[in-house]
Every structure is written in structure tokens, then in C-alpha cells.
Write a protein that binds this ligand. Structure first.
Ligand SMILES: [Zn+2]
Length: 1054
């Protein structure tokens, strides 16, 4: 059960994850670096004996890493080969067109001004027509008192009573649904769990279900199922298929994992769901109908929407706030149609069952009384390894006791049934890693069959009990509630989300929105790189098929490598992985390796620049033509950048800071790259007229300052009392000369000025017995302002490409940056925090924006980067309950202004005071929080977190959606341009730019992915996933068909 949450997933999962990150970086770096780059540096640190058991896997992963290197090399070669085909003359593919004009003219194009206007999005202007019985979760929160009253045997509920004759006319139907919750990584690694438990569970399913056709079982995690499938023979596979055909075995959800619904981005949610569903289609021909999510720590309507769009009809959720459960139970609304907030009709409705009680284990599923229900978990029969904590053990069912045991169990079934609107009740029967041994199967299935046989042969009991799959149950439910003849049992409509989860008392699970933020950031980087590789691969494949050079491109092999990366990303969406709720045994070492390698890989260092030009290829992963800044390390401040057509490019040489005052050099230039295309730039040493060098101002209140840098103009003013200021064509900001932190912001477009103060603050941990841990946030009251022991060094950089103000505090290096670019990149303030709380104990550090926006108690956070959920800060809730997940953005607004914080990593956020937005950046906690992890969170790393801040004018409107500017800024933040330096050997090839699309896609369309699907014959079809941000009715499939020819298979999400 979740009480003993996954420990080692993060251990191994992160290891996989880091290696994939390496791989992707290496893939993308392949052009620049020599081929001997190896990930082995740091490997000798693995001295801890506990770690050695993972060495085999690590070795394997490192092999995978070097294999992954090949994929981008192959794509690169293919792109190079393509140029000949391209030259054959399709106008739209003319690689040179994007840089034929004069560069400065292009730069001077009017800025993209996209004010928030409800006309932006037609769906946003439609009237909401909620049905009369529609329930909004936000309204439920208004209603509830959150008094945590003791409900008796059902501690968090109430007494349930019934009349004996209630089922006389219509018997109670009972579906007992056997299940086994298999975390892909927990106390053991994914592979060790597979070896020790999961494979035996799956093997026993085949044997034990065939013993009796009345037995049923469900399975969720395709990561495990596919691994097992690869290891069994055809005879066993046929036996499995027959179980599917007979309806004894059912795949629920069918995702690669059961994902975290708070921290996962919809890109990754879709990707892992597709990976599972495609595997099922290819291998067993099964299409899941019902979702099963018993363990994620809170539930998001995004997942409901994705399941609906993936063809599922029903779903089940479990971890919902105990007060919400109690309310839904009292209203008999535990079963409902879950509708998207933004859907004015019913097209997004999916039938959802919310489990009423505390947990998904047997004591909390048969009915309200865990002491009774535990006696019907026959794995806990005396003499076994597990028992009943309520001190009354189960008894084997015999002819002598069956009548009495049936009465006890039926009483629970009837009481549970009273919480629902129909006379059919669903009883999950399982727990974590259950049904591994044949004995357990016999204990559960034989004893339950005796109970069922007795019930079903005694008509006076008015009950029909059986094993069922979850879809068996939903089918029966639909018959009784939806089909004609039962109008009284019609089900309500519910909109909203189920965050923030509390399982008891004031134990709110808002800590995991932030725990291990380093990995939450890594996840997003991996997503962006995987998407880039998938799209480049698909474009290459499509073009090669069109121009007939297939033999030059190892499509199948590359697809295999992409699949590996995809599956590793999928595994990381597991609810113990991206959540940051695992053990840190191996994370300690691997995270360090990962981080140090990230440091070297993330900067695309160009050693050995000389007078002969080096080429840099810049990939634009977004679907619009784009003007963005690209930065590479250089070994000289005298650099010149030109396009492949010889036009000079605006560029700036600035310092890379080894510490706050010592530097080497980097080059930033403004690249213009076509949608999904590759741009080409030449870098060389310049005698004169090259990139401008940045100018620096250093300040430190009352402290000596010596700055160690060549090549740059440095100013250390004696009087440091006037506010610091930087600006670009769109924005001017002013910062405090003592802290460097922003205080005011002006929009140049209309001259409006706002107070926006950046602050940092600490949360401590309560002195009560239960303290904050990986899951729980239990602060010691309001945050205390961060006040550094010594005054920080402030560094102001001014340059032609960007300007920034950086403050080096003891725990945070904070940078405010403005890009001197017109359009999207210039319209937001970029905020980078490099956080280091490794010397702290029981502290959490938050960044706060305190503004003059009159937001009152309202704010908005996104869910999975997919949609916006309105929030209300409530005084009746403890502080930690007012924190919500922020996957891609949070904002506050008043009738005239909106302040949006866009984020490049999932973190916990709140707006505790009007005008404030706050985000927790890292947490370091000494102790376990009694949810099974068995440790604190002490493996903190120096963690970068990146944001963009947008201030926008708005017109008053009852509806609230992100503006197009906000969407596009978020996209740019999460998908930066990718630069790849061409190796000196490849310089001899004559490269050209690559422009795959005739034009940008409309700015309100986002191409989620271009993911090639392997057909049985060869790779030829491309699956298109798009999200519509707005209203333009564009025939995108047709558009893409013209690009890909007739083999396009479109899988539109919306
Ligand atoms: Zn779990």
C-alpha cells in the first residue's frame, strides 16, 4: 500500500533518467564534440556497497547512452543528405529563404503584441451552460467546514444505516475487483521488483485465472506488462490472449505507468499513455476502456480529458481530500460525469467513480468498518506475514461459519452501497504487489468464492455477488443509471480538480509539488529534447520517403532508440518518481554525476575558434518562425557571427561567472530560425567589428569588492543609492541598489508602471510530532523574510543582446534578465534562481512576488500545462492547504491587469495575500513524514529554476484564460532553441539551412509532437498531435498531409 511508498524508484528511475538526459544532450551535442565523449567520468565515485547492485544496470544504461548517440548522428547525416533532395527544387523547402532578406529589416518587424482579449479564443467567449446539478469543486470548498469530525468506525465519514427490506425488489449486485498495485520502482528498483514480485504475479494470473473461469483480475502498468511479455513464450502469450478474450483479465488505463497528476506535463502524460496503448495494440490487440488510478496524490481533470480522448469511457480515482470524500458520499455524488471546466457542453464528460474511504487496501474497500473488512483479506490469515492492525484476524470460510461471515460482509457491502445511487456496488480486492504467490490466490479466491456461493444461493439475502473487472462493474452501473427506465439514478456532473490532497488531519500533500526540484527541472529538459528528436526524426523520415533515400537512414534502429528514451520519460511520470518521493541511495551519487555532466553539456563550448569559420546549427523546436537568443561558450572575446548567406548577426560577448566576480566568456546572438527548421550560423575570430562586449557594474553595500576580469568594461560606483535599472524595447525594470531585487516594472507600450517586488522567504517545520517530509508540508506558521547575513554582491550587465541584474545571496543566485529583442522574447522578464540550501535543516525557501495587483483571495494555477484552474485562498484552511501544483504557470489579476509567472519546472505555488504570488523553490527536511518513505529529504542539489514574468493589460471578463502571448512565452521558455556546433571534420560538407514548413503554423496552434509509428512493414506513418490554443478553424490534417503525402495518420487530441 502507498503507506510504504516507493523508495527506490527515484534511485533507479533517476539513474535511467539522468542517463537519458546525458544521451539526449550528447545526441544534440554530437555535431560539436568529438566522438570519444564518454559518460564515465565520475563512475569511480560509486564506492558505496549499496550502490554496486545497480552497477549492471548502470552499465547497460551507459551502453544505451552511447547507442543513443547514434540517433542524432544519423538524423544529422540524413539532414545533410537531404540538402541534395532539397536542392531539387521544392520552393517550400528552399533552405535559404529565411535568411535572404536583410537581417536588420527582419529584426525591425513589428513586435508581437497580443493583449488578453476574450476574442482570442472563441471557446472562451461561449456562454457556459452548466446543468442544474453541476458541481464545481471550488463551490464545494466554499461549503465545507473542514472540521474533521470523528465519524465512528468510518473515522472520516459518518454512520451509515439501512432498512433490511431495501433490496427486496431489486437485489444488490456486488462486483469484487481483484487488483495488484505495482509501482514501477519502490523499495526496490523496477527490475528488482519485476524479478522478485511482478513476474510471479503475472505468471500466476495466467495459471490461476485459468483454474476457474469465474475469477477476474485487472492490470495497469504496461511498463511491467511489456517486460513480462518479452520474456514469455508463445504458448503463454496465447493463454494470456484467451484470458483477455474471455473477459477474465482486463487492462485498466493502459499507460506506461500510473502517472503523477500534479507535476506531470501533458506532453509526458500523453506520451506515456500513447506508448502503453500502442504497445497493447501491437502486441495483444487490447483497447482499454476504464481508467484505474488508486495511488496518485490528488487527481487532475487533464488526466480525465486525456483518458476520454484516448477512447476510455470510465475511470476511477482514490486519493481525494477526506472532507471532499465525505461530502460527496453524503450527497451520493461519488459517481459522476467529470466535465472539463472549459467545456460548455458534454463532449468531455467521462464517467468517474471516486472511492469513498481512506485507502485502496482491503480494510478500506469492502465497507465503512476497517476492522470488519480486514477480516476479509485472506492474505492476512493467522500464520502469514501480514496481519490485521485492528487485532481481529480473518477466519477461513467453512460450512460452519459461512452464514455468519456472509452476514458480516454483506452488512459492509450494503452500507457501502448506501453511498451510491444505484444498487450495484464495487469492492476492490488487493493492495501493493499482491497475488505474487499461489497460496495467496487460493486463500483469496477460494474463500471469496465460498462467500459468493452462499450469498447467491440464498435468495432471501437479495444479493448477487461475483468477481468482476472494473469494466464489468461500470457496465452494470451504466445499465442501472444511464439506460432508460432508471431516471432516478441519473448521475451528476462535476467540474474542477482534486487538489490539494489531505489523507488525515492537517496533513496536506503539498510538499511533493516541490520535493526534489532538480529532477522536476530535468524532466522538463528531457521532454523538450525528446520532442525535438521525435520531430526531427519524423521530418527526416517523411522527406526521405518522399525523395527516396531510405537506405541511407536507419529508420528502424533510430525508432528503437527513440522508443527507449520515450519509455524512460514515461517511467519518470510514475507517481513516486517525478513526485520526488523516493529514497535517495543512488540519487545522491547519480544526481551529482548528472548535475556535473549537465554543467558541461548544457553549454555548447566552442573551443578553438579561429579565423576559419565554425558552423553552428540552430534548431527551432517550435512551430512558428522564431527570433531568439542563442548562447555558446567561446574562447575569445573577439568573435564575429554571420548567417550562412554572409549577413552579420547581432551578437554580444559576455562573461560566464565562475563565481560572482570571476569570469570567462560566452557569446550570445540573435538567431532567426524557421518553424521546426534548422538555421545555420558561421562563427569566426574577428579582428574588429565583431560582437559587442557587455559592460558591467558591480555593487556591494558596505563591502570591499575586487573584480577579476579581462576584456570587459567594469564600473564599481562609490555611491550606490540610486535604483538599478535595465530595459529593452518593451519593458523597463528598477531594482533595489542594496538587494538587486526588482521593485518596479514599466510597460513601454502604454507607459503603465506597477510595483512588483521580488522577495525570498523561509518556511520552517512545525514543532508538532508530525513534521514536513517528502509528501507533506507542515510549516511552523507563516514564512519569515529572507535576510542574508552579509550584503550580497550585485552585478548589472548591459549589452546589445541582453541586460541583466544578478544578486548573489548565500542561498540563491538570482538573475533578472531582459532580452533586447522585439516580440515574444522581449515581452517577459526572465528570472533565474540558482538555489543552494544544502547547509540548511528543516527549511524551505520560497520566492515571492508582491505586487499592487488587487487580486484579493483569488489566483489561478495551471494543471499539467494544459488548462487553468481558478483558486481561492481560504482562511479556514491551514496554510499548507492553500498551496497548489504549478506545472507551467500561475497568475493573479484585477480588472485591469494580470501578472503571470511562467515556470520551466513544476513547483508548489500559492497566493496567500492579495497581490502576492509565491513559489517554493526547494525544501530540505530532516525527517520522514510517515507515508512509508522512511527518510527525510536531504539529498538537495544546487538547483536551477527558471521563470518568466509577464505583466499584461486585460479587459474585465468573468472568464479567465491565458493570453496567446502567455501561451507562446510558455512555449519558448520550455522549448528553447537548440544549438549544435558542427565538428571540424563535418565542416567540409556544405551545409544549408533546413525549412520543412512553407510557413509558420498559426500562432494559436501548438504541435504537441510528430511521433512516427512503426508499422509492421516499415516506418511510414506519422502520428500528429496538436493542441488548439484558440479559434482558427484550420484544416491541419490536410496541411500536414501535403507535407507528408498520403501516409499520414492523424490522431487529433482536440
Ligand atoms: Zn503507487
Amino acid at each position: 500500500m502507498m503507506m510504504k511508498l516507493s523508495r527506490q524508484f527515484t534511485v533507479f528511475g533517476s539513474a535511467i533518467f539522468c542517463v537519458v538526459i546525458f544521451s539526449l544532450y550528447l545526441m544534440l551535442d554530437h555535431l560539436q564534440l568529438d566522438h570519444t565523449k564518454s559518460p564515465n567520468n565520475g563512475g569511480d565515485k560509486l564506492q558505496n556497497g549499496q550502490l554496486s547492485i545497480l552497477q549492471d544496470k548502470i552499465d547497460r544504461l551507459e551502453r544505451l547512452l552511447s547507442e543513443n548517440n547514434e540517433i542524432i548522428a544519423n538524423i544529422r547525416d540524413s539532414v545533410i543528405n537531404l540538402k541534395e533532395s532539397v536542392k531539387d527544387g521544392r520552393g517550400g523547402l528552399d533552405g535559404g529563404n529565411m535568411s535572404q532578406g536583410h537581417y536588420l529589416e527582419l529584426l525591425a518587424s513589428p513586435p508581437l503584441v497580443l493583449p488578453i482579449d476574450s476574442q482570442d479564443c472563441q471557446f472562451a467567449t461561449r456562454e457556459f451552460s452548466k446543468p442544474a446539478d453541476g458541481v464545481q469543486l471550488l463551490d464545494v470548498y466554499d461549503l465545507l467546514t473542514f472540521d474533521n469530525h470523528d465519524g465512528g468506525v468510518w473515522k472520516q465519514g459518518f454512520d451509515i444505516t439501512y432498512q433490511d427490506n431495501e433490496w427486496d425488489s431489486e437485489p444488490l449486485q456486488v462486483f469484487v475487483v481483484p487488483h495488484s498495485h505495482n509501482d514501477p520502482g519502490w523499495l526496490k528498483t523496477f527490475d528488482d521488483y519485476y524479478r522478485d514480485q511482478t513476474q510471479h504475479i503475472l505468471n500466476n494470473i495466467v495459471v490461476k485465472l485459468h483454474e476457474d473461469s469465474r475469477r477476474k483480475m485487472i492490470w495497469s502498468e504496461i511498463s511491467y506488462f511489456s517486460k513480462w511479455w518479452d520474456n514469455i513464450d508463445n504458448q503463454k502469450r496465447d493463454a494470456v490472449k484467451s484470458l483477455f478474450e474471455q473477459g477474465q483479465l482486463e487492462i485498466t488505463t493502459g499507460g506506461w505507468v500510473m502517472p503523477d497528476e500534479a507535476n506531470s506535463h501533458y506532453f509526458a502524460l500523453i506520451d506515456q499513455l500513447l506508448e502503453g496503448h500502442q504497445w497493447l495494440e501491437r502486441n495483444v490487440g487490447v483497447k482499454p476502456q476504464t481508467g484505474w488510478a488508486v495511488d496518485p496524490f490528488g487527481h487532475s481533470p487533464t488526466q480525465a480529458y486525456l483518458l476520454k480522448q484516448a477512447g476510455l469511457a470510465n475511470m476511477l480515482i482514490q486519493r481525494v481530500h477526506y472532507s471532499v470524500k465525505k461530502h460527496f458520499a453524503s450527497q451520493e455524488t461519488l459517481e459522476f460525469f467529470w466535465r472539463q471546466n472549459w467545456d460548455p457542453a458534454s463532449s468531455t464528460d467521462i464517467l468517474c467513480h471516486m472511492m469513498p474511504f481512506y485507502s485502496y487496501d482491503v480494510p478500506h474497500t469492502c465497507g465503512p468498518d476497517p476492522k470488519i473488512c480486514c477480516q476479509f483479506d485472506f492474505k492476512r490469515l493467522p500464520g502469514g506475514r501480514v496481519n490485521c492492525p485492528w487485532r481481529v484476524p480473518p477466519q477461513p470460510i467453512t460450512d460452519g461459519n459461512v452464514q455468519q461471515r456472509v452476514q458480516m460482509l454483506l452488512d459492509q457491502y450494503r452500507k457501502k452501497s448506501k453511498l451510491f445511487r444505484t444498487k450495484v456496488v464495487m469492492v476492490p480486492l488487493g493492495d501493493d504487489f499482491r497475488y505474487a504467490e499461489a497460496l495467496e490466490w487460493d486463500q483469496q479466491f477460494q474463500n471469496y468464492q465460498k462467500l459468493f456461493d452462499y450469498m447467491n444461493s440464498h435468495p432471501e439475502l437479495h444479493v448477487k455477488a461475483q468477481f468482476g473487472t472494473i469494466t464489468d462493474y461500470f457496465n452494470a452501473l451504466r445499465k442501472l443509471s444511464i439506460e432508460p427506465g432508471h431516471p432516478s439514478a441519473s448521475l451528476p456532473v462535476v467540474s474542477g480538480d482534486f487538489f490539494t490532497y489531505a489523507d488525515r488531519d492537517d496533513h496536506y500533500w503539498s510538499g511533493y509539488f516541490t520535493s526534489r526540484p532538480f529532477y522536476k527541472r530535468l524532466d522538463r529538459v528531457l521532454e523538450s529534447h525528446l520532442r525535438a528528436a521525435e520531430i526531427l526524426y519524423s521530418l527526416t523520415l517523411a522527406n526521405i520517403q518522399r525523395f527516396g533515400k531510405l537506405n541511407d537512414f536507419p529508420a528502424v534502429e533510430n525508432n528503437r532508440l527513440l522508443t527507449e528514451a520515450r519509455r524512460n520519460l514515461g517511467l519518470f511520470q510514475h507517481h513516486d518518481a517525478i513526485a520526488g518521493t523516493g529514497k535517495d541511495m543512488v540519487v545522491i551519487d547519480y544526481g551529482t554525476r548528472c548535475h556535473s555532466d549537465m554543467d558541461t553539456l548544457i553549454n555548447h563550448e566552442l573551443k578553438g575558434l579561429s579565423f576559419s569559420p565554425r558552423s553552428v546549427v540552430v534548431y527551432n523546436p517550435t512551430e512558428q518562425d522564431r527570433t531568439s537568443v542563442v548562447t555558446v561558450y567561446v574562447n575569445t572575446p573577439h568573435v564575429c557571427v554571420i548567417t550562412d548567406h554572409g549577413h552579420p548577426v547581432p551578437a554580444q560577448v559576455s562573461a560566464v561567472w565562475d563565481d560572482s566576480t570571476t569570469a570567462s566568456t560566452e557569446l550570445s546572438f540573435v538567431a532567426q530560425v524557421p518553424a521546426l527548421g534548422l538555421g545555420l550560423y558561421q562563427l569566426s575570430t574577428a579582428v574588429s567589428g565583431g560582437a559587442e562586449t557587455a559592460e558591467y557594474v558591480f555593487l556591494r553595500q558596505g563591502g570591499e569588492l575586487s573584480v577579476n576580469m579581462k576584456h570587459f568594461t567594469v564600473n564599481i560606483p562609490q555611491d550606490a543609492s540610486t535604483p538599478l535599472s535595465i530595459h529593452n524595447p518593451h519593458i523597463q525594470i528598477w531594482s533595489s541598489p542594496t538587494t538587486g531585487l526588482m521593485e518596479r516594472l514599466k510597460l513601454k507600450e502604454n507607459g503603465s508602471e506597477h510595483q512588483i517586488k521580488v522577495e525570498f522567504a523561509w518556511y520552517g517545520t512545525t514543532s508538532n510530532r508530525d513534521k514536513s517530509g517528502a509528501y507533506l508540508f507542515l510549516p511552523d506558521g507563516e514564512a519569515k523574510m529572507y535576510s542574508p547575513a552579509r550584503s550580497p554582491v550585485i552585478r548589472v550587465t548591459k549589452g546589445s543582446v541582453f541586460s541583466e541584474i544578478t544578486t548573489s545571496f548565500d542561498h540563491v543566485t538570482h538573475t533578472l534578465r531582459l532580452y533586447n529583442v522585439q516580440g515574444v522574447e522581449g515581452q517577459a522578464v526572465e528570472i533565474c534562481n540558482l538555489v543552494d540550501i544544502r547547509r540548511e535543516f528543516n527549511h524551505e525557501i520560497a520566492m515571492r512576488l508582491a505586487s499592487d495587483v488587487d487580486s484579493k483571495d483569488r489566483f489561478f494555477t495551471d494543471l499539467n500545462g494544459f488548462q487553468i484552474q481558478p483558486r481561492r485562498t481560504m482562511a479556514k484552511l491551514p496554510l499548507q492547504a492553500n498551496f497548489y501544483p504549478m506545472t507551467s504557470m500561475a497568475y493573479i489579476q484585477d480588472p485591469g491587469t494580470r501578472l503571470t509567472l511562467l515556470t520551466a519546472q513544476s513547483l508548489g505555488s500559492a497566493s496567500l495575500v492579495s497581490g502576492q504570488l509565491e513559489v517554493i523553490m526547494d525544501r530540505r527536511l530532516n525527517q520522514d513524514d510517515n507515508r512509508g518513505l522512511g527518510q527525510g529529504v536531504l539529498d538537495n542539489k544546487v538547483t536551477p529554476s527558471t521563470f518568466r514574468l509577464l505583466l499584461e493589460k486585460r479587459k474585465p471578463s468573468p472568464l479567465s484564460y491565458p493570453s496567446l502571448l502567455s501561451h507562446v512565452s510558455s512555449l519558448y521558455l520550455n522549448h528553447p532553441l537548440i544549438s549544435m556546433a558542427v565538428s571540424t571534420e563535418a565542416q567540409s560538407l556544405s551545409l544549408t539551412a533546413f525549412t520543412p514548413l512553407a510557413s509558420s503554423l498559426p500562432c494559436d496552434i501548438h504541435l504537441v509532437n510528430l511521433r512516427s509509428i512503426q508499422s509492421k512493414v516499415m516506418l511510414r506513418s506519422t502520428s500528429l498531435q496538436q493542441i488548439r490554443l484558440g479559434c482558427i478553424d484550420l484544416n491541419l490534417p490536410g496541411f500536414i498531409s501535403s507535407l507528408f503525402g498520403q501516409n499520414t495518420h492523424s490522431a487529433l487530441l482536440h
